[in-house]
Write a protein of this length. Structure first.
Length: 231
């Protein structure tokens, strides 16, 4: 049994090796199950079907919908939307105050609702006296807040993944999000991806150092020859 005193006597490299070994053993229990694979395939098929059907539906709406339309329940639609936006603001504030991981999801939902708010304000006020007010509101309030929320969610995701990798014994650079596999549902673990990235950068650094050494050696030989010639 390894106790804390044994860990303190280890070097940082030995502790990192131990952390990687433990993380590798624990990762075996997170391998994808047949049920999770079926759910993943169902999700992919549903999304692709949504893309096809929605593309057709957009064409139908473009042809069939009138340019102007008197809608019923106008007040209920906007009041209900703003109530939902208010609840997301409140949930985001609570998650930030309590320092909960759900803050990431709240920030993403908040950014989406703010973009929807700006879109509908501008498009539905097109050609009315409130159009410029909607444009200014979107440019000054809604869209900047959406950008801030997305930047905050991205930063928290990077911090979370970086902390997990640090606890697993990896302190290498983190690649872009689109390259990061799902935890527990990927044929290649994220730790392997990080190791490949770190090895690639180390190789590049080694090659650059070798080129610099060769260039230094060439310069020293040239200086030696020049000294001989002057002698």
């Amino acid at each position: 049994m390894i106790d804390e005193s044994d860990l303190q006597r280890m070097t940082p490299e030995e502790r990192a090796d131990l952390a990687r070994a433990l993380a590798s053993l624990n990762a075996r229990s997170l391998t994808p199950t047949p049920l999770s694979q079926r759910r993943r395939r169902v999700l992919i098929v549903a999304c692709l079907a949504g893309v096809v059907l929605l593309s057709i539906w957009i064409g139908v709406l473009e042809v069939k919908l009138p340019r102007d339309y008197r809608a019923g329940g106008w007040r209920a639609a906007w009041v209900g939307f703003d109530i939902g936006l208010l609840l997301v603001f409140a949930a985001t504030a609570w998650a930030a105050w309590r320092r909960r991981q759900v803050l990431i999801a709240c920030l993403i939902v908040l950014a989406a609702l703010l973009c929807c708010d700006a879109w509908f304000d501008i498009t539905l006020d097109w050609g009315t006296r409130d159009f410029m007010v909607s444009v200014l509101s979107a440019a000054v309030i809604e869209l900047p807040l959406a950008v801030v929320a997305l930047i905050g969610a991205r930063r928290l995701l990077r911090l979370t993944i970086g902390r997990l990798e640090l606890l697993s014994g990896f302190a290498g650079p983190m690649p872009a999000f689109w390259r990061v596999p799902l935890f527990g549902d990927a044929p290649v673990s994220y730790r392997t991806l990080l190791r490949k990235t770190a090895d690639l950068e180390a190789d590049c650094a080694g090659q650059e150092a070798g080129c610099a050494d060769e260039e230094t050696g060439d310069n020293s030989q040239a200086a030696e020859f020049a000294g001989r010639d002057s002698g």
